[in-house]
Ligand binder design. Structure first.
Ligand code: GLA
Length: 385
């Protein structure tokens, strides 16, 4: 396998020894259920074939952690000194640092490691390259040092690493998908109980495709954290109507009763999350029934809600989703991930894909950016290569 040989060669070149283990960890697309995970709600993600490939070897009698990024051609040694300087940013080295730090904080003892890795997920595209890297590091260290960590704890540690070291108050969807994704399937995840079930993807003559808008918003982190705060504030208001811990605990009747007490932002955020949770439940049913028309409509409704009520879309994503939605043979199209840039996901008949691709030329003309499309191949979670 090409990637495996490349990693073995590079690891030897950089560290002077062969890796003991090589793992692959996937990125994800979320087919519906956006900004619901940190509200204890429901999501429906798929692990994709793009991901992180990572090689690792132990350093005996040492606590040095050394990480080499093939893509950046950069090595960071002894991550702690580095962390002091760079925490609170999305510098690539913060993800492995964060994971090692959190594992140790939870009492797991292990020696030094040498890590080299490369990624096929376009960075900043909202396909979760960060969670893929976190899970790859955690899983590789766990396997190599035989650490006794339950799967769900491993996932929570990675989420914690992102929250504490990188400073994003993210939910659990991305890390969960990188661990538990299953080839050929989407996954329904209850982000409160962490119960999950697989839904075989039978799309007949249709296909999911990702379109990267190539818009990278610089302020995603602060805007994301602001949304998390607004949702928490909305819960405080809803508590006047009915006790509850998160937006997950409320329905549209509760929302109507609390309506006049919200700020304009809280009102819109709560409305999105409550209706989006309902859409995920409906989407699971329609996927199981093979009702792609209904499913696609839910995708479109999700996009509108993210645009109008959660206010995390942008002109480029709206253009891409709305252009796709107008094509005969397109069931639905929506922005995915945190938003403010990144990708759309489109469910479309295979025969209509060339028409869609040809329409993307106008994207270049309108925005001066190139939209790149990828096929979605539902793939397995993290595993050894
Ligand atoms: C990012 C976060 C996830 C989730 C999505 C929005 O990808 O990491 O936890 O909140 O945004 O659905």
């Amino acid at each position: 396998m090409k990637i495996k040989n490349l990693l073995i060669d590079k690891h030897k070149e950089i560290f002077g020894e062969a890796p003991e283990l090589i793992v692959h960890s996937p990125g994800r697309v979320n087919i519906i259920g956006e900004h619901t995970d940190y509200n204890d709600g429901f999501v429906l993600p798929i692990a994709i074939s793009l991901g992180i490939d990572l090689a690792i070897s132990r350093i005996q009698d040492s606590e040095v952690i050394s990480v080499y990024s093939l893509d950046k051609e950069k090595k960071i040694v002894s991550l702690y000194a580095y962390l002091m300087k760079s925490s609170g940013s999305d510098d690539w080295a913060n993800y492995p640092i964060g994971v090692v730090k959190v594992l140790q904080k939870h009492g797991h003892k292990f020696g030094g490691v040498r890590i080299s890795f490369t990624g096929s997920i376009p960075e900043g595209a909202g396909l979760s390259s960060s969670a893929a890297l976190e899970i790859a590091v955690a899983y590789a260290v766990q396997q190599l040092y035989k650490l006794k960590i339950k799967d769900k704890d491993l996932i929570k540690y990675c989420q914690q690493a992102e929250q504490e070291v990188v400073g994003v108050r993210c939910g659990i969807m991305d890390q969960f998908t990188a661990k538990f994704g299953k080839a050929g399937n989407a996954m329904f995840l209850d982000c409160r109980s962490l119960d999950h079930r697989y839904i075989p993807l039978k799309l007949k003559s249709a296909e999911f495709i990702i379109t990267n808008s190539n818009v990278h918003h610089k302020l995603v982190r602060s805007a994301y954290n602001q949304r998390v705060n607004e949702c928490e504030e909305a819960v405080k208001v809803l508590n006047e109507v009915k006790p509850g811990k998160s937006l997950r605990d409320y329905n549209l009747d509760d929302y109507e009763k609390a309506r006049e007490f919200f700020t304009p932002e809280e009102k819109k955020r709560a409305f999105h999350v409550i209706t989006e949770n309902n859409r995920v439940i409906e989407a699971e049913k329609s996927l199981k029934q093979g009702d792609l028309k209904k499913f696609g409509q839910l995708m479109n409704d999700s996009h509108d809600s993210l645009k109008l009520y959660f206010e995390v879309s942008c002109a480029e994503l709206d253009w891409l989703a709305e252009t796709a939605q107008k094509i005969n043979g397109c069931y639905g199209s929506r922005m995915i991930g945190a938003g403010f840039g990144g990708c759309t996901l489109t469910l479309i008949e295979k025969k209509s894909i060339p028409e869609y691709i040809s329409k993307l030329k106008a994207y270049q003309e309108n925005f001066g950016l190139t939209a790149i499309t990828y096929e979605v191949t539902p793939s397995d979670g993290v595993h050894k290569l």
